[in-house]
Design a protein around this ligand. Structure first.
Ligand code: KG4
Ligand code: ZN
Length: 336
């Protein structure tokens, strides 16, 4: 494959419309993200129909801006990449249709990318020297998993959530505390001014490398309701700090355990929750203490963005994977 291979990537799986131009999977020339957070905030979460309509409105301009910022025209682009799953069907459909249109008109190859491979690849953009194998802790609004990344295109899940994803749990706790959407950053911000001194009712953990977050969510909600019923003040900062610490401690402990169990000396985090300051700090500290190298993605590659899709697409295309055509259809429930 020639060096300087430029991919124009599109991501629209949830409520971010994004387009990026990425060179050789490692260098990001542009990464335009049009967020719909303000629109969905008033509904307290993403409304799928509203999300897809807003993708339609935004996508053309986002693609034009990405090309402009990268100082490119479509002629300079070698391939088009798009997220085809997992995600919201209507949202995915907008990106997939647009990418198919672009590929058809320009006669460039079309590469279909799994959103999760994209999240992992956010690290390849952050650390140009990073190569598999490594253990990846994937923490997003839809996933919580510990993954053995054997090479760029071969992964195995060795730990998974049995119910909710951790990001979903952050969002739910935020909602009950009246913090709004998206909850993760808001819980995290409030946690900075509280102390982790609340002991929620914690079940015995017999899950090995797996996780369960619905019980944690319920424990926090019950705690809040009891205080409300007793007419007491809700110590929001302390609740946030205690909840965040509980969750982060478990994520870090199990990730390090996975490294030890499977003999890995490198660990990576990926997904929206990897923007969490406590998680980044604790994983870095605990892995260094165990002689494990720790990689955390730049903030712009934590939450949904197209640059990570462009990076994953490059490694897939290089290995002859993901090359598709006009028959490409979105897969809302695509697994890893
Ligand atoms: O990866 P992402 O952008 O979308 C999915 O693919 O799901 O992740 C979004 C999730 C949301 O649940 C959001 O609350 C959470 O990531 N999140 C955070 C932080 N920033 C985003 N959770 C905890 N702390 C943060 N700083
Ligand atoms: Zn995501």
């Amino acid at each position: 494959m020639k060096s300087g291979f430029k991919i124009l990537a599109i991501e629209s799986s949830c409520d971010e419309t994004s387009c990026a131009v990425v060179v050789d999977g490692r260098v990001c020339l542009s990464n335009i993200v049009s967020s719909q957070i303000d629109i969905h905030t008033r509904f307290g979460g993403v409304v799928p129909e509203v999300a897809s309509r807003n993708h339609v409105t935004a996508i053309d301009n986002v693609v034009k801006l990405a090309l402009e910022k990268a100082n490119c025209t479509l002629t300079d682009i070698d391939a088009i990449a798009v997220t085809y799953g997992a995600g919201l069907i209507g949202s995915l459909l907008v990106g997939v249709s647009y990418a198919k249109g672009l590929a058809y008109v320009t006669k460039k190859p079309l590469i279909a990318v799994n959103h999760i491979y994209g999240h992992i690849a956010g690290n390849y953009l952050t650390y140009p020297e990073l190569e598999p194998p490594f253990i990846c802790l994937l923490v997003s609004g839809g996933h919580t998993a510990i993954i053995r990344v054997e090479d760029y295109n071969h992964h195995e899940i060795i730990g998974n959530t049995l119910d909710d994803a951790v990001g979903e749990c952050f969002d739910k706790v935020a909602r009950v505390l009246g913090l709004g959407y998206p909850g993760g950053p808001k819980v995290s911000k409030l946690a900075e001014s509280g102390q982790a001194n609340i002991q929620f009712t914690k079940p015995n953990d017999t899950l090995g490398l797996n996780f369960s977050f619905s019980g944690k969510k319920t424990a926090v909600i019950n705690y809040i309701h009891k205080l409300e019923q007793a007419g007491q003040v809700i110590p929001r900062e302390y609740i946030c700090a205690s909840f965040e610490t509980w969750v982060v401690d478990e994520l870090v402990e199990k990730t390090i355990k996975a490294c030890e169990q499977y003999g890995y000396k490198k660990v990576v985090i990926a997904g929206g929750v990897s923007a969490n300051a406590r998680l980044r700090k604790e994983l870095q500290e605990k892995s260094i203490a165990k002689g494990i190298e720790c990689y955390v993605p730049k903030f712009e590659y934590c939450t949904d963005n197209a640059a990570m899709i462009g990076s994953a697409a490059y490694f897939a295309y290089r290995d002859g994977i993901g090359i598709t055509d006009m028959s490409l259809a979105p897969k809302p429930n695509l697994s890893l």
